[in-house]
Design a binder for this molecule. Structure first.
Ligand SMILES: [Zn+2]
Length: 96
């Protein structure tokens, strides 16, 4: 996908009503960047989070084995919270 071409297309669409402001272009670029970095959706993360937590519990290098999950957790406060809660539950149940 050519991002510049995409922006041009969006700009052409919008220019019929208003000129697309620089701010709007930058906002759009930020969204694209976010999408590119964040390859997995939150739903996919939630499905794999137990697997990730399991690796951590086993003292495996979870961040190395599942780097996309680690990356998402760094970017997404919601999933990070979910992960910490899950880790907490698993760690506590281990002690019983
Ligand atoms: Zn997320």
């Amino acid at each position: 996908m050519n991002i510049q071409e995409l922006i041009q297309r969006v700009r052409n669409k919008l220019s019929r009503k208003d000129d697309l402001s620089i701010e709007a272009v930058h906002g759009f670029l930020r969204v694209l960047e976010q999408v590119r970095e964040d390859e997995l959706s939150c739903v996919e993360i939630h499905q794999k989070l137990d697997e990730y937590v399991e690796l951590e519990i086993k003292k495996e290098d979870a961040a190395h084995i599942m780097p996309l999950i680690r990356e998402h957790l760094d970017l997404c406060p919601g999933c990070c919270e979910e992960y910490e809660a899950l880790l907490d539950v698993v760690e506590n149940s281990d002690q019983n």
